[in-house]
Design a protein around this ligand. Structure first.
Ligand SMILES: [Zn+2]
Length: 398
């Protein structure tokens, strides 16, 4: 049997999301090519194949100013500071698996400049650490081969790609403590959540107490954006402009107008019915950075949205989570029960708690909780830690 993996470009699709805007003898200038008028998080993405180069190559990345006018609902002001951290989160990779941070990158205007060593083949250059479609295929194969997980195709994306749901039942169904919902990648370029959920799926068996719960996981909801970058994301490619959600999957959990959200809602609903009650839903995203915030944090409901007991439990979990999971300890008081996002949908439909985990695009923390630049390993470490927080909080006797 042929097992050779096709590269990202062999498939004819590419998640590249950057363009060359100038070149000189020894240098290239590039910029993100997200459509204009979509400032904010959506611009925080840059992924490009750099051609082979026999000599050192000087690369400049010009960052958009982030201050241009955004459409209603996409207004995340204060992003201009992202250009200032760019030099800390430039990565290069030959194979798309091992990513090396370019530690000699220098700030250059609102952007960065870096010198790439000679390379005999194409290399990936990225802002942040990409997670590719084949990584999701490998995770799906892992879960299919594992005795712990039941993998099902729960539906197809807008462009017909399969969406998978992974269910890990409790070891003793009669003594089940309830179900956790885990989801990632509703929005293109928010790769950190994919690394977190990938590691959660692979490491759950080693976490004491995990077997007392059911785990319903949709590791990647926005399959089209994973395959094709912003060009595949219905929010940006215009294919869903006529829908109330505008193609933003995380604004579609009231109408369920997209095939992706309908598939996931059915899958999570089935898990809730088989293994009640739903204890907690966590939805992984990458957050909105401002001059004051790294973009890390956890959403909490506004005062008065939850009853007093649930509100107390949500705040208690939030503090508990920050102790286990090294992201910025920012409780973003933002959620309302009638909002069309996944966390609110889970709470109003099934009860329990529901929160959006926001992971920073540039700030990680080391073992001593000192801020350091992000890495693939940091992102992966967050998933098992989040699972541990869920297990321990919802099993007080442990
Ligand atoms: Zn998001």
């Amino acid at each position: 049997m042929k097992t050779a993996q096709k590269s990202e470009t062999d498939t004819g699709e590419s998640p590249e999301c950057a363009k060359e805007i100038g070149s000189t003898g020894d240098g290239l200038t590039m910029t993100p090519d997200t459509p204009g008028g979509i400032p904010g998080n959506a611009q925080f993405s840059f992924l490009k194949r750099v051609p082979p180069h026999a000599r050192e190559l000087r690369l400049r990345i010009i960052w958009p100013d982030g201050e241009s006018k955004a459409p209603t609902g996409f207004d995340y002001p204060g992003n201009a500071n992202f250009g200032l951290v760019l030099k800390d989160i430039l990565f290069v990779s030959e194979d798309g698996d091992t990513w090396t941070r370019l530690s000699d990158a220098r700030p250059h205007g609102l952007g960065a400049e870096v010198t790439l060593p000679p390379a005999g083949r194409k290399v990936w250059l990225s802002v942040g650490v990409p997670y590719f479609e084949r990584h999701l295929r490998a995770l799906t194969h892992y879960a299919e081969a594992s005795a712990d997980w039941a993998v099902t195709e729960i539906g197809k994306s807008g462009e017909g790609r399969p969406i998978h749901g992974f269910l890990r039942g409790p070891s003793d169904p009669r003594a089940c403590h309830g179900t956790f919902f885990i989801q990632a990648y509703q929005h293109y370029s928010e790769w950190a959540g994919l690394y977190a959920v990938d590691a959660l799926v692979r490491n759950l068996a080693g976490l004491p107490g995990a077997e007392r719960f059911a785990w319903a996981v949709v590791p990647c909801l926005n399959r089209d954006a994973l395959a094709c970058g912003w060009r595949g994301d219905a929010m940006h490619n215009g294919t869903a402009a006529d829908l109330p959600c505008g193609g933003n999957l995380n604004r579609d959990w009231t109408a369920l107008s997209r095939p992706e959200t309908r598939a996931a809602a059915d899958f999570f609903g089935g898990a809730a019915e088989a293994h009640p009650p739903v204890r907690h839903a966590l939805d992984f995203h990458m957050g909105w950075s401002t001059p004051e915030r790294s973009g890390g944090g956890l959403t909490v409901f506004k005062e008065g949205e939850l009853n007093a007991t649930e509100a107390r439990r949500e705040r208690a979990f939030t503090d508990f989570f920050f102790e286990y999971v090294p992201i910025e300890d920012f409780a973003w008081e933002h959620s309302e029960l009638d909002r069309p996002n996944f966390a609110a949908w889970s709470v109003r439909t099934f009860g329990g708690l529901g929160q959006t985990v926001e992971i920073s695009r540039f700030r990680a923390y080391d073992a001593a909780r000192k801020p350091v630049p992000v890495s693939r390993d940091y992102y992966a470490s967050l998933g098992p830690k989040a699972a541990e927080a869920l297990i321990r909080f919802h099993t007080p006797a442990l």
